[in-house]
Design a binder for this molecule. Structure first.
Ligand SMILES: C[S@@+](CC[C@H](N)C(=O)[O-])C[C@H]1O[C@@H](n2cnc3c(N)ncnc32)[C@H](O)[C@@H]1O
Length: 214
């Protein structure tokens, strides 16, 4: 499917799938959404420990990059596994402006390493951040009691309803350690019920603010 780079309301870029009218991040702000959903309501729950994170949908690497930045501020040691079936291209990566927008020019090399690191093996991106990218379908996730935190960042149920099902949520539940946390951006009733059915305790949190609103 045709992909196009677009600019979201906070100035950060994302990828749009035109045929689906679906973006990799919110049009209201890619960086803003990533921070709100995955850092504020996910990573920030963890303090000073070794952390294993599973990202379902690596895409542009934005979530991985902000996790690397924030993890380093909090002195976390992170092992990050990211699953992705359709990697973004080098040409697409070169058009993303996350390093500039996050004012993280000294971490440019780390952002590049997130993308250039090999698939299917663990790579040290920094001394405290290891990345293992897995090029495979979400249906093939077979981990068990391995992760403290899961970022579930698939496309929405409107376009990929098959990924918001009991079958996929069971895989995530199995992949989490006891008391693990899974965060996502969707709050639809049917999705919530499917999560509860596999055993998740579900908490609905306020969404990110839209630009221009207080
Ligand atoms: C919403 S985007 C992820 C955005 C990403 N977290 C980021 O920060 O850029 C969803 C991602 O899931 C991937 N994807 C969609 N269906 C998939 C499947 N069945 N298995 C694996 N990856 C899939 C897409 O290629 C896309 O990169």
């Amino acid at each position: 499917m045709e992909r196009e780079i677009i600019t979201t309301a906070d100035g950060s870029k994302t990828i749009q799938i035109k045929e689906w009218n679906e973006q990799y991040h919110s049009k209201h702000g890619a960086i803003q959404e990533a921070y709100h959903v995955f850092i504020k309501n996910g990573l920030d729950l963890f303090e000073h420990q070794d952390l294993a994170i599973l990202e379902i949908g690596f895409g542009t690497g934005l979530n991985a990059f902000i996790t690397l930045l924030e993890g380093s501020k909090k002195c976390l040691s992170i092992h990050y596994v990211a699953v992705e079936a359709y990697p973004v291209s080098v040409a697409e990566i070169s058009q993303l402006n996350y390093v500039e927008e996050l004012d993280a020019l000294e971490k440019q090399r780390d952002f590049e390493k997130l993308h250039s690191s090999p698939w299917h093996e663990a790579s040290s991106i920094t001394k405290d951040f290891t990345l293992q990218k897995e090029q495979k379908d979400f249906n093939d996730i077979q981990s068990s009691s391995q992760f403290d935190l899961i970022y579930f960042d698939a496309f929405g149920a409107r376009v990929q309803p098959e990924l918001w099902t009991v079958q996929i949520f069971e895989k995530m539940f199995r992949a989490l350690k006891n008391n693990g946390v899974r965060v996502t951006y969707a709050a639809k009733g049917s999705v919530r019920r499917a999560m509860q059915e596999v055993g998740f305790e579900v908490e609905r949190l306020p969404g990110p603010p839209e630009r221009g609103k207080c």
